[in-house]
Design a protein around this ligand. Structure first.
Ligand SMILES: C[S@@+](CC[C@H](N)C(=O)[O-])C[C@H]1O[C@@H](n2cnc3c(N)ncnc32)[C@H](O)[C@@H]1O
Length: 296
């Protein structure tokens, strides 16, 4: 990948987090519920890039005391799954993501949907969240991978699909931003020491989580810098892709200020997003690369 291609297309880097907050919250933001797809349903049917998925979720776990927001799927996630799995997406077109990429998702929730949609296009996709999502995310992976394998072998008239040949491409592993350390073992492979991209979808909604989330993003993207130091090579930086629903300007500003201290940040421009993620939809996608120590 030539990272320059992607960054040329992304346009000017964000210089002033307060201005970014002002610009985003000056748009017309549609009034929506908190942002659940449906907080009462136990299953949700979705079609992403022409493929059908059934997502099991748990209104009961959502309503448990404590922070269990990932027990149901949130609206931005199917939109990001469609956008990222489209061959028209700038990340594929610029080579920032490719069939050899390794991807880490933070705060994936019970659905694993972005991983289900994107993992067939990359080499490795690791889903992470707190342990309470494990049982449902694993059920969703197992059932939906089977459905996709059946659909693709029907298309290939009974020949086994490539997904069947590589069942460990997509897996879930617990990672708590407040409790766990990010290490290269997160990749799940002794041959892979870092990630090409780190994705977080709708993970910014609570000011106490901002610092641990930004630190986890920095630690995960920092694995690539560590590999570079060890090998003396300069691999393209890990991209941190953060998609969120615009809710509270103070929480957004707290996040973008903290994120911009550790990352150089770009907002993905309108023309590079699907229409469901563009301005005035109430959603926004930023891309960051970790600042190099000592370089402002
Ligand atoms: C609003 S939900 C979004 C879930 C999923 N990405 C989606 O969009 O459907 C926020 C996610 O952040 C996760 N989260 C919150 N605090 C966390 C922490 N300390 N460590 C890891 N994940 C956390 C929650 O468990 C939840 O899955």
């Amino acid at each position: 990948m030539d990272p320059g291609n992607l960054f040329r297309l992304l346009g000017p880097e964000i210089q002033d987090p307060e201005e970014e907050t002002f610009l985003l919250f000056s748009q017309e933001i549609p009034s929506q519920n908190l942002g659940f797809v449906d907080s009462q349903a136990t299953t949700i049917d979705l079609t992403i890039s022409g493929k059908d998925y059934i997502i099991h979720q748990s209104p009961t776990i959502l309503n448990r005391p404590g922070s269990t927001t990932g027990a149901v799927i949130w609206k931005i996630t199917p939109l990001v799954a469609s956008w990222l799995s489209s061959p028209e997406n700038l990340l594929w077109k610029t080579g920032a993501l490719s069939s050899s990429s390794s991807v880490l998702e933070l705060g994936c929730g019970i659905s694993g949907l972005v991983g289900l949609a994107v993992s067939p296009l990359v080499s490795r996709y690791v889903l992470t969240d707190q342990t309470y999502v494990a049982r449902l995310v694993e059920k969703n992976l197992e059932e939906n991978i089977l459905v996709q394998q059946r659909a693709s072998s029907q298309k290939r008239k009974g020949k086994p699909s490539s997904a069947a040949a590589n069942p460990i491409k997509l897996h879930f592993t617990p990672l708590d931003w407040e409790l766990d350390e990010v290490t290269r073992s997160l990749t799940g492979s002794p041959d892979v020491a870092s990630f090409d991209a780190v994705i977080a979808c709708d993970c910014i909604y609570n000011d106490t989580l901002i610092e641990p989330l930004v630190q986890t993003c920095a630690d995960a993207c920092g694995l690539r810098q560590r590999v570079d130091q060890e090998t003396g090579e300069t691999a393209p930086p890990s991209l941190c892709i953060v998609a969120q629903q615009l809710r509270d300007p103070e929480i957004f500003e707290g996040w973008i200020k903290a994120f911009a201290k550790r990352f150089r940040v770009w907002r993905v421009p309108e023309e590079m997003l699907s229409k469901e993620l563009r301005a005035n939809t109430g959603f926004v996608v930023h891309v960051g690369i970790l600042r190099v120590a000592g370089v402002p």
